[in-house]
Structures are given as C-alpha cells and as structure tokens.
Design a protein around this ligand. Structure first.
Ligand SMILES: *[C@@H]1O[C@H](CO)[C@@H](O)[C@H](O)[C@H]1NC(C)=O
Ligand SMILES: *[C@@H]1O[C@H](CO)[C@@H](O)[C@H](O)[C@H]1NC(C)=O
Ligand SMILES: *[C@@H]1O[C@H](CO)[C@@H](O)[C@H](O)[C@H]1NC(C)=O
Ligand SMILES: *[C@@H]1O[C@H](CO)[C@@H](O)[C@H](O)[C@H]1NC(C)=O
Ligand SMILES: *[C@@H]1O[C@H](CO)[C@@H](O)[C@H](O)[C@H]1NC(C)=O
Length: 450
C-alpha cells in the first residue's frame, strides 16, 4: 500500500490529478472494503501509466529549452517535466526587463534569473534623463541609460530654449534643433509694423508675436490722415497717428473753408481757412467796415474805411487840419478838416476879415468885420501924435488916423481924421461898432470914439 501512494506522488501532474481523484475513492474504500479490492482498483486506475512509471530519465533526451535535472540519470520518467529543468530560453521577460541571449542556456524561470533590467526604471542624476531610445534596452548605469537634457544645452544666438522641452533628452546631435527655437530676433516685421525691442527673446516668431504696429497700419477717421513723418512711429492710438486734414476741420466764426487746402494737414483757422474782413484787424488810421464783413482777400483797402488822420495833410486851401477829427471815419475835407473863414459868408454890412484862410472858424464874429474896417486899415497913423489930426491937408486928412490910449479900456483906440465941412481936419465922428472891433495886422483894434 505504501508503495502505491509513493508512485502516485511521483506521477506527472495530469496523471497525478486523475490518480488523486482515484486515491480519494481509494480512501473511502479503505474504510469500508477489503485491501484486496483497493489494490485491484489502484492497479486498474494506473493501468495506462504502468509503462512510464517504469521508464527512466537516463534514456530521455530533454527538449529544446530544457536541461537535464542534476540527478537525471537516477530519475524515473520519460518527459521534459519528469527529467528536465526549464532554461531561460523558454522564459518570457516581463515589463521592465529584456532577454539576454547569453542567459539562454541557464536554468531559470524568473526575470531576475533570465533577463536584464532595462533603463526604464533607472534613476538618472539631476540634469540627466533616461534617453528615450534607451528605455527598452538593458542598462543599469548613468553611462548606459542617461543622456543630457535640454537644460544643459546653450542655445545659439537668436535662438531660445523651448521651455516645454527643458527636461527632455534631445536626440543625439540634434541639441539645437530639438531644444532651441528661433526667436523674434530672426523675424522680419512686415510693412506697417516694426520689431518690438522688448520681445526679441520670444519664440514662435510672427508679426503678432514680435512686432508693433506702426502708424502706417492705422485706419484714420474721415478728415484725417497719417503724415509721412509718423508712418514709421509705433502706433499707440489712432488719435496719435492721424493728424487732422483741413478737410476735417471746421472753420471758426469769421473764417471760410478753403477748398484748395482740404488735403493739407491743419487744425487751425490760420492753416485751413480764409479770413474774412470780420476777423481782419485794420491798421492804424483805418476803421473796420461792417458792410464788407464777409469779404475775403483781406487788406486795409478791402476791409476798412479811412480815418481822417490820413487826410490831415490834404486839409489845405480853404480848409485847415483838424487833429480832433483824426479818429473820425472819413476821406474828404468837409468831414476831416476845419473850415477856415474863407468859406464863410458874412451878413450884409460885414465883410470877411483879411486873410480869411488863416482864420479857422465859421462864425460871423470870427470871420466878419464891418465894411468900415478896410478904410481904417488904408489910413496911416499921423506922425505927431500930440497934434492929432490938426493941420493936415484935406488930402492927408482923408488918409490919416490917430492912435489914442483909452484910459477906460487900457487899449489903443484908432480914430480916423475927418475933413469937416468947415475946411479943417479934426478927429472925426467916424465910428466902428463897439461890439466888434476891426482886426488889424499889428494886433491892435480899431475902436469907435465915444
Ligand atoms: C548641466 O548643467 C548643470 C547646471 O545647469 C551643471 O551643473 C552640469 O555640470 C551640467 N552638465 C553638463 C554635462 O554640462
Ligand atoms: C492827428 O493827426 C496828425 C497827422 O498824423 C498828427 O500830426 C497829430 O498829432 C494828430 N493829433 C491827434 C490829437 O491825434
Ligand atoms: C485901400 O488901399 C488899397 C491899396 O492900397 C486899395 O486897393 C483899396 O481900394 C483901398 N480901400 C479903400 C476903401 O479905399
Ligand atoms: C493899463 O496898462 C498899464 C500898463 O500896461 C497898467 O499899469 C494899468 O494898470 C492898466 N490899467 C487898466 C485899467 O487895466
Ligand atoms: C466926416 O464928417 C461928416 C460930417 O460930420 C460925416 O458925415 C462923415 O461920415 C465923416 N467921415 C468920416 C470918415 O468919419
């Protein structure tokens, strides 16, 4: 019985399982039936394997990937399972390991026995990383597994490190291409923009990324335009770029829009508009003229009226200059000048004073004198004033006069000599109206006697 159970344990697995079912049956039988019956049953069960159980591994040649067990010669059996050990050749390396052909003949059935570790699990020092191409190859040292990352690459001038690749390993010989990218420094801004000096270091160059718009790309509102001088200035606002054209300027009061200047730059009345007389300042000696307020082509002659100050030197002849009228608007004698007595008409019985053009005025008092006055002026003063008219001949008497001091008025009175009906020359009754003395060249007065 003992022998039977031993045989059962040495059986190959499939047969063992079948026999195990049988042995359970056997145990039941052992408790109820005879040993003879049990032995018969076991022999019945093992009928098919009776032959192998008797074969010896000594005669068995291991299959491919199998190596003979150390005690091969002493073992019963006739299969790889009974007689051989698995070699690494049959082992499939799990993730993180790679097969190594030199282990193929080794006996083993675990990753540790049959495989090499890949670099995938290797921990590289700072600034280094497992090279992607090494991830699935065997390796266990910095030299075998690690490669420089972009962090250690110095980009060429005008190129900048790609931030997202900083920690990545670059393909061999492609450090610059892989780790660095062109910057704005290599970008040529298109017309209407200029490079922004603060963005030269940025990557992914484009006009948007690298350039600032210039005024050339400003869209000016109607009535304004970018002047040539601002075309290449950086645009901060449309207002800053666009200058007003005269066409977009509204002229102030008193100014008319000038069609010829519509396309010129300007934003003042002076630059864009034509002045009318209403905003013209007349020169000295001229007065503004409301009637021509709307006229253009301004000048003193067009917009202003002369003031009398300009006429003063023409106040001649019967007229005299009149400084008081300097500021009066006018351009002819009647308005600008003073009339002299030459223009005056004296009433009956009176005549103009001598040299009436020398006397400025137009009143009878000033300009007229009694007709008698000219008589007096023609007479000569007697030679001997103590004698007066006495003793003069008739002819002499008629042409003589006497000057006497009037003690009442303290003026020198002039009196005519008169040939009387008695044939003598005496101080005559001839009189000059007292209220208006005659004017004489020497400034004295001819006074009536009383
Ligand atoms: C990589 O860079 C680090 C610091 O940035 C430095 O310490 C290290 O020596 C560099 N390695 C190589 C290989 O250049
Ligand atoms: C008036 O005008 C004349 C001529 O220009 C000038 O000589 C004179 O001083 C002026 N008088 C006054 C009061 O303005
Ligand atoms: C006064 O004398 C002038 C010339 O000396 C003469 O022409 C004039 O008629 C005289 N007048 C009178 C009233 O005699
Ligand atoms: C007249 O004139 C004289 C000298 O010029 C003077 O002394 C005298 O007081 C005057 N008399 C009167 C009444 O004016
Ligand atoms: C001279 O006297 C006569 C008579 O007295 C008079 O009619 C005449 O007007 C006088 N002549 C003058 C010049 O005074």
């Amino acid at each position: 019985m003992k022998k039977v159970l031993l045989v059962l344990l040495a059986l190959p697995s499939r047969a063992y399982k079948q026999s195990l079912g049988a042995s359970l049956e056997l145990q039941e039988l052992l408790s109820s039936k005879s040993v003879a019956e049990a032995t018969r049953l076991v022999e019945e069960e093992l009928e098919g394997s009776t032959e192998s159980a008797t074969a010896n591994c000594h005669d068995y040649t291991c299959g491919d990937g199998w190596a003979p067990k150390p005690n091969h010669a002493d073992l019963p059996g006739s299969s790889d399972a009974e007689c051989c050990q698995q070699t690494c050749k049959l082992f499939t390396c799990s993730k993180g390991f790679v097969p190594n052909p030199s282990y193929a003949t080794n006996v083993g059935s675990s990753a540790e026995q049959c495989c090499d570790k890949t670099c995938e699990g290797f921990s590289c020092p700072a600034h280094l990383q497992v090279a992607p191409q090494k991830l699935h190859s065997a390796g266990n040292t910095v030299e075998e597994c690690c490669a420089e990352t972009c962090e250690n690459v110095t980009c060429a001038a005008n190129y900048a490190a790609r931030a997202e690749r900083k920690a990545k390993v670059h393909p061999p010989g492609e450090a610059q291409d892989f780790c660095c990218a062109a910057t704005c420094a290599l970008h040529t801004c298109s017309a209407g923009s200029v490079a922004d000096p603060t963005r030269l270091h940025l990557t992914e160059p484009s006009d948007e990324q690298c350039c600032k718009s210039t005024c050339l790309s400003a869209v000016c509102p109607k009535g304004s335009k970018v002047p040539a001088a601002k075309e290449h200035q950086v645009m901060t606002s449309t207002e800053q770029c666009c200058d007003t054209l005269c066409g977009g300027y509204t002229c102030g009061k008193g100014w008319h829009a000038d069609p010829l200047r519509e396309a010129k730059f300007g934003n003042t009345d002076q630059a864009c508009c034509t002045r009318t007389c209403s905003v013209f300042a007349c020169s000295e000696g001229w007065a503004s003229n409301a009637e021509v307020a709307d006229f253009v082509g301004v000048s003193d002659e067009v917009c202003c009226k002369k003031k009398c100050v300009q006429y003063q030197d023409k106040c001649t002849g019967d007229y005299a200059p009149n400084p008081a009228a300097n500021d009066t608007v006018g351009d002819f004698a009647e308005v600008c000048c003073s009339r002299t007595c030459a223009l005056h008409h004296c009433p009956a019985g009176k005549v103009l004073v001598p040299n009436p053009k020398d006397a400025v005025g137009s009143t009878d008092d000033l300009c007229c004198e009694d007709v008698i006055c000219s008589d007096f002026r023609n007479k000569t003063v007697v030679e001997d004033s103590t004698k007066g008219c006495n003793g003069l001949t008739k002819e002499k008497c008629g042409s003589s006069k006497v000057e006497l001091t009037n003690t009442r008025t303290n003026k020198t009175d002039v009196l005519a000599c008169n040939w009387s009906i008695w044939g003598i020359c005496s101080l005559g009754p001839g009189h000059v109206p007292q209220e208006r003395p005659c004017q004489v060249p020497n400034g004295n007065f001819i006074q009536s006697t009383r």
